[in-house]
Design a protein around this ligand. Structure first.
Ligand code: FES
Length: 79
């Protein structure tokens, strides 16, 4: 999978609600990081749906280089 533009250099810790659908920006162009704002339109990128089973804080990737998007996997440390 092609990786998006670096939108940040550290993860965002965000409370996610179990069962709720979120759409993670994969292109890196959204101004509402880490979420999709529709900026990918016209590109080959699509938002990634995020749905968790447990309500708690998660580390969401903003650098778009994670090998397990949409979560941070530490790849931002290599930017
Ligand atoms: S913010 Fe992208 S891997 Fe950590």
């Amino acid at each position: 999978m092609e990786k998006g533009k670096v939108a940040g250099t550290s993860p965002m810790r965000i409370e996610l609600e179990a069962g709720k659908k979120y759409f993670w920006c994969s292109c890196g162009e959204s101004t509402n990081q880490p979420w999709c704002d529709g900026s990918h339109k016209g590109s080959d990128f699509s938002p990634v749906m995020v749905e968790v089973e447990e309500s708690r804080a998660y580390s969401m990737c903003t650098c778009k280089q994670s090998d397990r998007p949409h979560f941070c996997d530490g790849s931002h440390k290599k930017i």
